[in-house]
Write a protein that binds this ligand. Structure first.
Ligand SMILES: [Zn+2]
Ligand SMILES: [Zn+2]
Length: 233
């Protein structure tokens, strides 16, 4: 059974009779969101960041490419992260990713739509999950985020990239082991459009996104941009 369809139906029915509720503190929601005004005011928007890798910049520095991007320009043409990976976004992401909390995912998508990247959006490609993880979890979190974005913005969703093997969680590895872990991790199953915007929940070092772009470029993609929900500094 498709948990997403069931969830959509339950959510729709629930919102016909139930008021919106803040997913952070359980107060009444506000402005059509499952988030109250007080929690909304505390959100860690990432609106002062490197335009190439979305790394938050110190408040007194002008918005420009960060030192790392100047030393070694990244594969992507631009990157935007709606939030810094900090409370309460970190908790919402974890609930969405590991605790079947699809309402948290819906809220995160709605918030991403409030800060659409300044670069032109191309077809959106959610970062794929390995089949085995998808079976365990029942849904693919990047796809759940990207689907409403594509629908609201009127851009296509492209899904011609897959995980050719399950990788170990990147967070458990050092830099060299991360590179090894990602070698041959992706396979391209259809000719990609010349430009894509890759969508994911969290960007940490960007190594996984980079490996995906490398595979896509080998298959003919020319330019990529990145749009993630949260950037871990
Ligand atoms: Zn609240
Ligand atoms: Zn940068």
């Amino acid at each position: 059974m498709d948990i997403r369809k069931v969830y959509d139906a339950v959510w729709w029915l629930g919102h016909q009779v139930l008021p919106l509720r803040c997913l952070v503190c359980a107060d009444p929601g506000n402005e059509g969101l499952d988030l109250c005004a007080a929690c909304y005011a505390e959100l860690p928007w990432n609106d002062h960041a490197c335009p190439l890798c979305a790394l938050p910049l110190p408040p007194d520095e002008p918005v420009a490419a960060c030192g790392a991007c100047l030393r070694q320009p990244p594969r992507q043409m631009g990157a935007a992260a709606t939030f810094i990976y900090a409370p309460p976004i970190d908790r919402l992401v974890l609930r969405f990713k590991f605790h079947q909390d699809l309402a948290a995912g819906r809220l995160l998508s709605q918030l991403m739509l409030q800060a659409v990247p300044e670069f032109a959006l191309d077809p959106l490609m959610p970062m794929p999950l390995h089949r085995r993880r998808l079976r365990e979890r029942g849904y693919d979190q990047a796809r759940e985020l990207a689907r409403p974005l594509a629908r609201e913005l009127g851009v296509p969703l492209w899904s011609g990239l897959c995980r050719s093997r399950a990788t170990v969680a990147q967070s458990t590895l050092d830099a060299e082991a991360r590179r090894q872990n990602l070698r041959g991790a992706f396979a391209v199953t259809a000719t990609p459009p010349s430009r894509l915007t890759l969508v994911d929940d969290v960007m940490t070092t960007g190594a996984t996104l980079d490996a995906a772009m490398r595979a896509l470029k080998r298959s003919g993609m020319e330019q990529a941009t990145l749009w993630v929900c949260a950037r871990a500094p």
